[in-house]
Design a protein around this ligand. Structure first.
Ligand SMILES: NC(=O)c1ccc[n+]([C@@H]2O[C@H](COP(=O)([O-])OP(=O)(O)OC[C@H]3O[C@@H](n4cnc5c(N)ncnc54)[C@H](O)[C@@H]3O)[C@@H](O)[C@H]2O)c1
Length: 336
């Protein structure tokens, strides 16, 4: 029982992939200036090419923060960690579609085997809530309308297929063992600290360096854009108020073709179309359009995206302009 002399223990959350783009923003938000002290966070991250300890510098000295370098496929380590945590928020994944087209093995290992390792350990450890962060790409491609959570999964890339598999494994642990699993499926995230292989940071950093940007196919592929602040808001609503065994779509409400997005980025960086855009062969099996129906999370949990796209994009471009030291070394590593 809690008394004034024995304050409530903070909820101990294991965040996998917390050194990556979205996971680190989630951790910085939970332990940031508005931290009410109700959670303690351990990040478990393998630090692949996409993981960057610098993303967690802002919370490094927080008394409620711990970092463990390790692999979510390491059953012994995962067992040991879950024995001393209450909840899991699972971001760790191989996340870049183009890499999965070049070779899918690591995607199956981390996204499928790793997720199984975690949910299996979570079930045995009696974890209270397991939030599995997934993607709208599991639904496939849709010409018109939007997918509700009940739509069948028709993933097309090896990345999307590995994420769909992980969703099903996680949900199977709910149905079979009663583990409180909650799945989120979000649209394309954007914001600061995104690895410069993804389209927005790749294009912005190329343009800041006076280089061309590679536009796939006819540039007509459409994506919905979600600011990381809004994604984090959605994940927190699902973690704290969502229901066990449920899937929640999270979207940003801004659909743009890649051509439209490119025009906005050129404008923001003061570059011209003719001198800065290079059309390149389309991505194999490139999904034409993604669109999530967010009615469920809006009505059930009160989710509402707050970041206006024009503002979010301008802030993102400014961040890359002002943080060259963060991205130059990473870019060198993937595309010397
Ligand atoms: N970025 C997006 O637009 C987007 C959209 C929808 C869903 N998602 C999902 O959100 C999650 C986070 O995406 P992100 O963009 O932050 O990814 P990211 O690639 O930036 O980060 C992934 C993190 O996972 C870590 N990791 C990879 N393999 C690991 C392993 N075996 N064990 C432990 N850690 C490992 C990496 O080191 C890295 O820190 C992923 O599950 C992704 O599928 C991302």
């Amino acid at each position: 029982m809690t008394t004034p002399s024995s304050p409530a223990r903070p909820t101990r959350i294991l965040v996998t992939g917390g050194a990556g783009f979205i996971g680190s923003h989630y951790v910085r938000t939970l332990l940031g200036p508005a931290d009410p002290g109700d959670v303690a966070v351990t990040v478990l991250d393998k630090l692949t090419y996409a993981g960057n300890p610098a993303n967690l510098d802002a919370v490094g000295d927080h008394p409620g923060f711990a970092f463990v370098k390790g692999d979510i496929c390491d059953a012994e380590l995962v067992d040991e960690l879950l024995a001393r945590h209450d909840e899991v928020v699972h971001f760790a994944a191989e996340s870049h579609v183009d890499r999965s087209i070049d070779g899918g093995a690591e995607f199956v290992r981390t996204n499928v085997v790793g997720t199984h390792t975690l949910v299996d350990a979570a079930h045995r450890a009696g974890i209270r809530t397991f939030v599995h962060v997934s993607t709208d790409e599991v639904y496939g491609s849709v010409d018109s309308g939007s997918w509700p959570e009940t739509d069948p999964l028709r993933p097309n890339s090896p990345y999307a297929a590995s994420k769909a598999s992980s969703d099903l494994i996680a949900l199977a642990y709910h149905r079979t063992h009663g583990l409180d699993v909650r799945v989120t499926r979000c649209s394309n995230n954007y914001g600061h600290h995104q690895f410069p292989e993804k389209v927005i940071p790749l294009f912005v950093t190329n343009l800041l360096d006076g280089r061309k940007v590679p536009l796939y196919g006819d540039g007509g592929n459409i994506r919905d854009w979600l600011h990381i602040d809004d994604h984090v808001q959605g994940i927190e609503l699902v973690r704290t108020k969502g229901r066990a065994g449920e899937v929640y779509n999270i979207g940003g409400g801004t659909e743009l073709s890649n051509k439209e997005l490119t025009a906005l980025l050129l404008e923001a960086c003061g570059a011209g179309w003719d001198t800065s855009v290079e059309y390149v062969a389309d991505r194999k099996g490139h999904d034409r359009r993604y669109s999530v129906d967010c009615a469920k999370i809006r009505t059930e949990l009160g989710y509402e995206p707050r970041k206006d796209f024009a503002t979010g994009l301008a802030e993102t471009v400014t961040w890359y302009r002002e943080n060259r030291a963060w991205w130059e070394a990473l870019k060198e590593r993937v595309a010397p």
